[in-house]
Design a protein around this ligand. Structure first.
Ligand SMILES: NC(=O)c1ccc[n+]([C@@H]2O[C@H](COP(=O)([O-])OP(=O)(O)OC[C@H]3O[C@@H](n4cnc5c(N)ncnc54)[C@H](O)[C@@H]3O)[C@@H](O)[C@H]2O)c1
Length: 364
């Protein structure tokens, strides 16, 4: 393999996150190129391929895996499919970028990691917050010692609820706002603090607004205690109209910093007539809004895909891999169990036979 050639990427899925990954890959033409897409709904893969100038479109992802041109796949299918697609891809010799959350169960996480290890392919966990420029700057300052000993890291991700029906169906998603959004915050706090072991998890979950729409929690606060004594606090909500809100707060004994990824990088705007697009999940562009620019770059998606492509070429070492996904998965289990039992859960926490994380809350 020519070490300076572009990594040839196939995308599994053709909707929200697929568009995001396609745009990210197109933003790094020196490292990677899109060569195939697979999506089961008739016409969707073809439309997606046309939109992003991708040469091959398949309706069955297994055909994409048989395509000898594809080197790395990006899985942007619903959560319940991540494990099977990853294992099939590993068997086909493809590197895997798996969207968050990595899977439904810890057994799946183990099987995904094993399959990729045995096949000698990379399993890369797509946590873009590790690449979000504002958050990377906060971590660089923290690592330089700007805040002294960091003892509290907070991350919140909140919006008005997911765009696709499967997120609301816990059989397909595995849980509500914590599975969907909390996984970002858990990974973020752990990464920010230098990947320390997790000591305990406490979580409070509720269905505050969407009782008629989902069995999943739509509101949660999760507290993660690390072995070094530092604390992570993760707020996850599907109950915040007004567009996506993603913020961090970092506290040490010598200082603190705050970052608002989207509104803080936006143009405070007032319009009586409205305009095309402000930010993800904003219901209106009339009145006061916060239109964001370079949205994908602010999230870190092109930077993430650049890193992953360079990992495939052996130029960089993964900072987010299957082990990262498994750490997050165990904390997700502990969060649901904590909410179910009303007490803090100590790690390691690996109950067997769990079908989906939310069961640990609903039937503790
Ligand atoms: N990193 C992030 O910030 C971020 C943002 C959004 C979504 N995601 C994750 O990406 C994944 C997809 O979410 P989404 O918002 O794009 O959902 P979506 O509903 O918009 O798209 C899901 C896609 O998966 C496809 N699909 C369904 N079954 C399939 C199969 N058997 N084979 C191949 N494709 C299949 C659908 O046809 C659709 O194209 C989820 O795991 C989600 O958590 C991550």
């Amino acid at each position: 393999m020519n070490p300076i050639s572009k990594v040839r990427v196939g995308i599994v899925g053709s909707r929200f996150q697929a568009d995001c990954i396609a745009s990210a890959v197109k933003a790094i033409p020196e490292e990677a190129e899109l060569i195939a897409v697979a999506s089961p709904t008739k016409g969707h893969a073809a439309d997606f391929a046309k939109r992003h100038s991708i040469p091959q479109a398949y309706t069955d992802y297994r055909d994409l895996l048989r395509d000898p041109q594809v080197e790395m796949i990006s899985i942007t299918a619903p959560n319940r499919l991540h494990a099977q697609i990853t294992i099939d891809a590993a068997k086909a010799g493809k590197h895997v970028v798996c969207e968050k959350p990595m899977c439904m169960t810890l057994e799946e996480a183990d099987a995904m990691i094993d399959a990729c290890r045995q096949a000698g392919v990379l399993l890369l966990y797509a946590e873009e917050l590790f690449f979000a420029p504002k958050y990377v700057k906060a971590k660089q300052m923290a690592d330089e010692g700007a805040f002294g000993r960091v003892h509290l890291v907070k991350q919140g991700e909140k919006h008005s609820g997911p765009h696709s029906p499967w997120f609301w169906d816990v059989e397909q998603s595995g849980g509500g706002a914590v599975m969907d959004l909390g996984c970002h915050g858990i990974a973020f706090c752990w990464w920010f603090l230098g990947k320390p072991k997790v000591r305990s998890v406490y979580s409070l979950m509720a269905r505050q607004v969407h009782r008629d729409r989902t069995q999943g929690e739509d509101e949660a606060i999760t507290i993660v205690e690390f072995e070094n004594g530092a604390v992570g606090m993760v707020e996850s909500s599907w109950n915040r109209p007004g567009g996506m809100d993603d913020c961090i707060e970092i506290f040490g004994d010598k200082g603190q910093t705050y970052a608002d990824m989207l509104m803080g990088n936006a143009l405070p705007t007032y319009s009586e007539v409205g305009f095309g697009y402000a930010v993800e999940k904003a219901a209106t562009t009339k009145g006061w809004t916060y239109p964001v620019f370079e949205e994908h770059w602010n999230y870190g998606f092109p930077q993430e895909m650049r890193h992953f492509a360079r990992c495939v070429r052996g130029k960089e070492t993964p900072i987010s891999d299957g082990e990262t996904g498994r750490v997050v998965q165990e904390v997700l289990y502990a969060a649901y169990a904590s909410a179910g039992q009303g007490r803090k859960i100590m790690l390691p926490f690996r109950p067997k036979g769990v079908v989906k994380p939310i069961d640990l809350w609903r039937t503790p």
